[in-house]
Each structure stands twice: as C-alpha cells, then as structure tokens.
Ligand binder design. Sequence first.
Ligand code: DP6
Length: 411
Amino acid sequence: MAAVFEATVTAPVNIAVIKYWGKRDSTLILPTNSSLSVTLSQDHLRTRTTIRASPTFDRDRLWLNGAEEDVSASKRLVNAITTARRLRAEVEKQQTDAVPLSQWPVHVSSENNFPTAAGLASSASGYAALVSALAALFELPQSASELSRVARVGSGSACRSMFGGFVAWQAGVAADGSDSLAVQVADHTHWPELQALILVVSDRKKTVSSTAGMQTTVETSALFPERVRAVVPGRMEAMQKAIAERDFATFAALTMQDSNQFHAVCLDTYPPISYMNDTSRSIAALVHAFNAAVGRTAAAYTYDAGPNAVIYALESDMRDLVELFAYCFPRAEDTAPDAFYPNPLGLFESPASVGRQVSAPKVAELAHAAGRSPAGCVRRIIHTSVGDGPRVLPASQSLLDAAGLPRAASE
Ligand code: DP6
C-alpha cells in the first residue's frame, strides 16, 4: 500500500477578555490593538480537521461539516495554505530526500462538534485547526507562536487558538506582520477553578460580520482611536497581572468593562452596529445583580459580535449561576433538558432539574425579584472549563476515506 501523507488535529475556541476590534492592515490581518483571550476546553467545543496531500489529487479541495467549499474563492484560505506551503518548501530545500509535499494538492475535511446554528464563532478554531494540521503534515519546525502568524492571516482571533490557557495576541508594529503573533500568558493548568458558561441566545437578526463591522468602526468611530491609544495598553497589563495572581475580581471587572467598551465603539460606529439584544442586556444586568447579592465580583460577562453571553466565574459559584440563569431564562418546551444544559462537568445529577429552583437563599431572592423571561430566549447553556491548545490525533481519527473524500459525520 502506498504511504498516506495526512494529519488530523483538533483545535479549541477562544473567548477574548480584552477584545480585538480593528485592523491596520486587512490583507495581513494586523490589528490596531493587542488582545487577550481564554482558550475553552476542546472536550466540549472543538474543530477537528484532517489534511491529506497526494500527487493524485487534481486540485485543493475543502469540506466544512461535509459540504464542499470553493477554496479558490477564499483569499484567506488560499493565503494560509500558501504560507504553510512556503514553510514546507524551506524544509524540502534543506532535506533533499524530503517528500515534495509542498508541490502536491491537498484535501481538507473539517468538522465542528458544536452546531453552527448555536451562533458560536468557528473561524478561530477552524483556522487554528487548519494551520496545526498543515504544520503536522508538513513537519514544520516553527514554534506555536510562529505558526500563529499563519493562523492570523486566516482570521485574526484564530492566532490565539494556537495555544491553550491564557493567550495574548501582541499587535506588533512591523509592516510585514512579523511581530504580530500570539504568546501564551499562562497554560490551562494555571487557574483550574476558572470556568465558563456560554448562554446561547435566540436571535433572528442577521449580524454584521466581524470583518465588515470592525472596518466601519475604524473608518467612522471617534471613540475608537481613544480606546486603542489610551485604554487597551493599560488593560492588557492589568489583565496579565490579574491572571498571574489569580485575582478573579480584577479579571472579572476588566472583562466586563472591555466588553462594554467594545460594544460602545460599535454603537459609535456610523451607521451603528448593535450585536447585543434585549436578552443579552438582561443577562448583563443579572450578572451585576448577582455580584451585588453575593457582595463581591463573582461573575463576569463578555459578548463578541453576536448576542451570546460568555460568563466567567470560579467553580464554587457555578452552581448558583447555572440555577439563576436557567430559572430566569427557562428553556423552550421543545428543547430536551440535556440539550438545553448538557452538563458535561457533572454539576447537577440530572439536567432535567436545572431551572426548577434556585437553592441559595440570597440568589433565590434575586431570581424571584428579577423574574422569568419568556421560555426560549436562551436556547442552551454550555458549561465548560479552560482548555489546552491544538492536539494531533492518531490516523484512526481521520475524517477522510481511502479515496480522500470526507467520511460520513462521526460526531
Ligand atoms: C469580537 O477574528 O472573527 O470576536 O480577523 O476579520 O476574521 P477577522 O475577525 P475575527 O474577529 C473577532 C472579533 C471579536 C473579538 C475577539 O475575538 O477578540
């Protein structure tokens, strides 16, 4: 049997606590400011990608969740693959007996284990998986930071998914982007008590894409240059210190303030962009009310370019928070309890009990005062933890069959 040149990897989702918003170069994807994120566990949310190179393929082809996409139509995809091939060609120049993989077309199959309909961004985990799979297949000698520059040309936030734990994307100053890369601030074992909840919010409106939205912000917002110049540098430093010291109250306040400022510059964009909806705003108010009720900053919200909320909190507060959110934002009748609240970390014995009652008296008082939104405003609650970076999987996990076409969906 002829040798198969293939690699399969998984890559994680990341959620920024200091937001990336704005580019100074939209081809190389160079940001106007540094940003910082937390990588979420791949045990719950991940992209899995297989790449195979073969001289028998006639062109580059890619399938996303089983449906073929036109590779040549995506400049970003072509940029990422071409950059990785260039790095492989350097390897081949140095090792004259190396297989000429840089010359062969590739087939790529990529699957997310979270439904696209959940409204969770998949470009970060998607490009991080693509670049990690190319690096494994091409046996590239570059470090994860160096490879993050390749993921960055696919989608800015993807560079941060090249690491687990807590990750800074340093904006850099070089015109060629050589110093615009991700570095790990702390790994996923640094702060094991920190956990995340994703509240998937129902939304009918089509949102403005991050790419288009941030371009309009850079062109029209008068507040935006002030954020970049006077606010973000100090917050990056304060955030790194809070993480190093595992100071949740500071981490949480900075996270909420930065999310709020990002959405404020979106509103200051002309025409204005609003990503949060009424449910998103009710969740933010409930987090502040929760913090007031427990007498400390125990939970933080953050929102990206859509209405979903990501809540960071310590493990010891998670039970109260899940009970509170599930009570105030009850599930729709047609949603199975374990689809609404999958419970992979085993916080409750039965997901069916979630949302029926709030055990802690102070939180119960708050829940009753806040009242219940109509069922279905929150469609799902995902409880997850901080996770590691991209993983290389064994050949048995391949998403391609013998002919190099996608296997039937397996997850
Ligand atoms: C609001 O990385 O999706 O999630 O670089 O144009 O692909 P492109 O944008 P993208 O923007 C993410 C913006 C954000 C904030 C963040 O993740 O830092």
